[in-house]
Design a protein around this ligand. Structure first.
Ligand code: HZT
Ligand code: MN
Ligand code: MN
Length: 434
């Protein structure tokens, strides 16, 4: 399947027919792709059995779902996963990488084939999970239901359904908690137990979830809305992210990527209830490199010109993400925390015995991967909040509270994971949807 053709088809028809604005045209240069993500359709075609009883229909639907969400290995028995979208490096100083010396670079790249294949496996799972949830998202659903759909599908595809009974619970599964951040909340909201938040027709929701295979994390996100008044906001951010991906390359300065993103983002306006807003980048949010079992590897990719002369390097793995806002374009932390991760390289032992016990669960089940309170709940942990807060106070665990712009504003996000191969870059999480 050719990605650009698939995207155009999706754009014309809004194939899910649910009025969900989560797909549109792409300006990503089409340099050819080998993605075949939906040869084994995830959600299944609609059954044409309108005459059948409701009972029978439900039965049939259930069975179909069970057939399509199972270990990804079933669909790839040889364990070779499809490549993402290849893009040439388009900076002048990168041009020779795609031409003269391609052979030499390729042989160097060969040594990492298992690693790239693991990343591609995670990306294929990401595409299938999001295709599945995109078919189901409707106003009226609770955020807990949505998170469960995404996380249960990720568990099934990766084969990580029960961490307690897995030989190596950290080998593959959820990469980080499912972000379901609505309106002025830009990032890092996921429901805690008892959360009753319902997705509304007028909402703008960022869906940001992660898949990991042997610690190789796929981090990718898109924005959902049901009202076309947000189209310009969403398009601005999608195009800004694509610009970031185009600008990325070996030896490219991070500030230059931010500058290009900012220029594209700010070229859009949104009109909401008679008021016009220039889309602003959330200037204190950024993309990041990703390391094994580390969602952020230490480099930040700005979404405004920030003067950071640090360069991207060969072999690096980046999450390119941008956030646009009708508000201040600046986020602060607010509200109850749900996301946490063990701080890497911190060996401090907690004094409290309950904190020690909780830390052992975290080390055994998540290592340095981010987790949320719901994941502790399902492992059977109870009344752990005091211990968890203790770990945070001692710097053993980092908390990631929700990041919000001003009340009443709307924020959007798009994100892809890319690999900087010696000769070309690979937009590994690219799909026909975004
Ligand atoms: C932290 C905790 C998580 C990383 C970016 C992000 C969602 O804002 C350096 C740059 C998941 C991810 C992260 F549970 N963050 N990507 N997708 N959030 S970040 C960050 O903390 S650190 C950006
Ligand atoms: Mn993300
Ligand atoms: Mn990210």
């Amino acid at each position: 399947m050719e990605v650009s053709a698939a995207v155009n088809k999706v754009d014309e028809k809004n194939e899910h027919g649910n009025g969900v604005n989560q797909v549109a045209t792409t300006e990503l240069e089409d340099v050819g792709t080998t993605i075949e993500p939906f040869t084994n359709a995830v959600a299944g075609g609609e059954d044409a059995n309108g005459e059948e009883t409701k009972k029978k229909k439900n039965k049939k639907k259930k069975k179909k779902k069970a057939n399509n969400i199972k270990s990804i290995v079933t669909f790839y028995p040889d364990e070779i996963y499809p490549e993402g979208e290849w893009m040439n490096y388009d900076q002048d100083f990168n041009l020779k990488r795609t031409t003269d010396e391609e052979g030499r670079y390729l042989s160097r790249d060969m040594e990492n084939q298992t690693h790239w294949n693991e990343v591609r496996k995670g990306a294929e799972i990401h595409r299938r999970v999001r295709k599945n949830v995109q078919n189901k998202l409707k106003p009226g659903m609770t955020l807990t239901e949505i998170a469960d759909i995404i996380e249960n599908a990720t568990r099934k595809f990766t084969g990580a359904e029960d961490l307690n009974s897995m030989e190596n619970p950290k080998s593959q599964g959820i990469g980080f908690p499912t972000g379901l951040s609505i309106n002025h909340i830009a990032a890092h909201f996921t429901p805690n137990a008892g959360d009753k938040t319902v997705l509304k027709h007028e909402d703008v929701m960022k869906v940001d979830f992660g898949v990991q295979v042997n610690g190789n994390i796929i981090d990718s996100a898109w924005t959902v809305s049901f009202d076309d008044k947000y189209d310009n906001l969403i398009t601005a951010v999608r195009e800004a992210t694509y610009t970031g991906i185009k600008e990325a390359g070996i030896d490219v300065r991070l500030t230059d990527i931010g500058e290009a993103i900012q220029e594209v983002m700010e070229s859009y306006e949104v009109e909401l209830n008679g008021e016009t807003f220039q889309v602003k980048p959330c200037r204190n949010l950024c993309g990041h490199n990703i390391g094994p079992y580390r969602i952020h590897g230490g480099k930040s990719v700005p979404i405004v010109k920030n003067g950071d002369n640090t360069k991207m390097e060969e072999g690096e793995h980046f999450a390119i993400e941008t956030f646009g806002s009708t508000g201040r374009g600046y986020v602060v932390t607010d509200g109850e925390c749900s996301h946490y991760a063990r701080t890497p390289n911190v060996t401090t032992m907690p004094s409290l015995s309950s904190a020690k016990k909780l830390l052992k669960t975290i080390d055994d089940k998540f290592g340095t991967l981010p987790f949320c309170r719901r994941y502790l709940d399902r492992l059977g942990e109870e009344k752990y909040l005091f211990a968890l807060n203790q770990l945070v106070r001692q710097g053993i665990v980092q908390d990631y509270p929700p990041l919000v712009d001003i009340e009443g504003s709307y924020t959007a996000q798009f994100e892809h994971t890319i690999l900087l191969h010696p000769h070309k870059k690979e937009v590994v999480s690219k799909g026909p949807d975004y």
